[in-house]
Design a protein around this ligand. Sequence first.
Ligand code: GDP
Length: 596
Amino acid sequence: TKREDVRNVAIIAHVDHGKTTLVDQLLKQSGVFRENQEVQERVMDSNDIERERGITILSKNTAVHYKGVKINIIDTPGHADFGGEVERVLKMVDGVILLVDAFEGAMPQTKFVLRKALELDLHVIVCINKIDRPEARPEEVIDEVLELLMDLEASDEQLDCPFLYASAKAGHAVLDLADTPENMAPLFETILKYIPAPEGDPDADTQVLISTIDYNEYVGRIGVGKVENGKIAVNQELTLLNHHDLDKRKKVKISKLYEFDGLNKVEVKEASIGSIVAISGIEDIHIGDTLCGGDNPEAIPFQKISEPTLSMNFMVNDSPLAGQEGKYITSRHLRDRLYRELNTDVSLRVEDTDSTECFKVSGRGELHLSVLIENMRREGYEFAVSKPEVLYHTDERGKKLEPMEIAYVDVPEEFSGTVIQKLSERKGELQGMSTASDGSVRLEFHIPSRGLIGFRGEFLTSTKGTGILNTTFDGYAPYKGDFQYRKQGSLIAFESGEAVAYGLFSAQDRGTLFVGPGEKVYSGMVIGQNGKAEDIELNVCKTKHLTNTRSSSADEALKLTPPRVLSLEQAIEFIDQDELLEVTPESLRIRKRILD
Ligand code: GDP
């Protein structure tokens, strides 16, 4: 049976292409807001970090009504680093809206999510947004999108998708550029017509696959998922099937049930096939679990959550500067906070270590962990982290495997040579290269994850802050061998805190930090000529000499952490005492020369 009064759709968009504005408009025009009431709050982007980093981390749901049909709009994570999230979210929907800026065109970072959507046979609606921009080039962008769809092996049906032209800002969309724009009705109509209504058997036993977990201090864990079959109702007794271990089943009772409406969750008594529901009151609910009714509970197949690829140690900060800013924390606080994160983040792992002050945290790549670090620092936690290390696996024959990533690079042409060289030295294989309409070059590399550790800062420096780097995990592959570039530590030469020479500051392949002429060094933090504090992630407190920064601009960093310009002697002492650093004959030679 089809549930004709419901549509479930996800929006795929690059950051800044107008997803939030579009959803605001749909909400406004669907009458969720009483007339003349302005949309006060922006809906989908509550997390500042997402904006800064250009990714969407959490998935949020919104529902709008149009002509008696409820349209659930599910936000897709813009980044694939965090393991399985994309598939889980897309499994709840029957179609996607690919939202593309009419000037910028389709960005490579949306490719991963789009590919998944195509593989799941979802219907696609293409919406070219910002057609009001003077530089808009909607027709060309349509061609680019079609090319992208063909590249990704879209089916004939998917290629035959409807195209709309919109100005989310002005609140209108049209099917033909010659049409007179009025409102969002053409988009609403296209969704109703083109996205299939969800299907299921309303009379079968209940089946709800839990796709995401929300966590709220007052009600605890909230499972969110789609009703695949049957009905779900408050007070109903159900069986919870654990996705790890199907024999692990538990009788549960639904205490509260919600559906999404506008920006809110509203309590409902019951829900039927196709509805996206939130369920509270089940403490032990996990992503991938199935809630079942009847006597023969059957689990819905679930994409396994991928294993972490990288780990870092988090430790209590005992540096002399700790506690000046933010909260001084004990190991207990740190531990509680880290374990609490596991409530909502299934691809994270936290382990105790031999030291009560230190915890091993593993996740999906550097970005995943650095988002956690930034979130915690914003909450006022003061702590130190070690440099990240990748997690190796072995195959059945005992061969060493390492995590791989696809790196998408956008750079002005003049920098493409440098970037290719740097990534090749790190065993990156160039897999694609194209020139965008604005003359910038897009590169695609297949590269070991370890090659990207600490690379972001260096990348920004060597592209003068103009490059864009995005990465997605691409499975494990046989170890690619050691890197060719000099990976062992050498020196930074200082003259009253001013770096007069440049050097490699690195610890094996755990990260490199280049200091160029004219760049200042403040206790391990490098402030580039562009005035930005670079390599904040690398600026870790393995030694007591480094200070934490929680800021992305030099000014802010200096305010938070009193600058300690190191003297030459201090700098050398600092290098000597960094237990991670290895001294090479060459570094000793140069160091001696400076000292002399
Ligand atoms: P998101 O990151 O995809 O959620 O993008 P936002 O909705 O936050 O929009 C990013 C920027 O683009 C904001 O400054 C919007 O005002 C602007 N924007 C969104 N839609 C349009 C549009 O149709 N035309 C123009 N000119 N600007 C738009």
